[in-house]
Design a protein around this ligand. Sequence first.
Ligand code: SF4
Length: 151
Amino acid sequence: MASLKRWSTRHANGLEALYRRFEAGFVALNPLWRRFGFERAEGPVVAVEQAAKGLLFDCRMCGQCALSATGMTCSMVCPKNLRNGPCGGVRQDGHCEVDPDMVCVWTEAWTGAQTMRDGVARICEAQPPLDWRLAGRSSWLAVARRAAGTN
Ligand code: SF4
């Protein structure tokens, strides 16, 4: 799992480009999501999203995906769930102060961001506080809902 996560960070640029295409396709299916019902689609879409992003990013299904702003590295893997950069405890070797065996997710995020078009600018943007009521819900459907003007 850790090696796949690292692979995703190393290929952040390609994955982001792929994700942009996927997102456009997913949003283009809005007539279908509307007909089926966004709420009814939640269960099956969550299952697929969790499986795909779990494998590639160790996704924790926060419901407010920020991967494209964090070098395609999931910041929710941070033991402190920090979404706006590292704490002051990153070790000199770039590892986590809570889990010394783990590379700090923000060390990885910075590596990934540097490979991405706009990655460095995006990682410097402040992320809003996490809304825990959305945990477990689909970020993909949230994007589609926003495009459809239904939330
Ligand atoms: S930011 Fe949230 S939705 Fe995106 S990969 Fe991490 S836990 Fe999953």
